[in-house]
Design a protein around this ligand. Structure first.
Ligand code: FES
Length: 91
């Protein structure tokens, strides 16, 4: 499946929306071969907490603590992005 990296915005707006809790949960629950990292603004302030999974370039927005185990099981372990939680791009 290859190496994955999870970047979770810890900048002001996402932080106010609870991104610090999301970061802690990912660090606690992710498989050891996934790198979890806090990062500065991802340019999507207001849609937070925001995160991106690399190298897949899958963006997740409006994360809730209960979403973390879903993303870990389906995407990080199972290799299938969680479509319902992906960032909605306005058209
Ligand atoms: S503060 Fe998180 S995307 Fe800007």
């Amino acid at each position: 499946m290859g190496f994955k990296q999870v970047l979770i915005c810890q900048n002001r707006t996402c932080h106010k929306q609870g991104s610090d809790k999301i970061l802690v949960l990912f660090k606690d629950e992710s498989p050891p071969d996934v790198q979890i990292q806090g990062i500065g603004c991802l340019g999507q302030c207001g849609n937070g907490p925001m995160m991106i999974v690399l190298p897949d370039e899958v963006w997740y927005s409006h994360l809730e603590p209960m979403d973390v185990s879903t993303i870990i099981q389906q995407h990080l372990q199972g290799g299938c992005p969680v479509e319902a939680l992906r960032m909605k791009v306005k058209k």
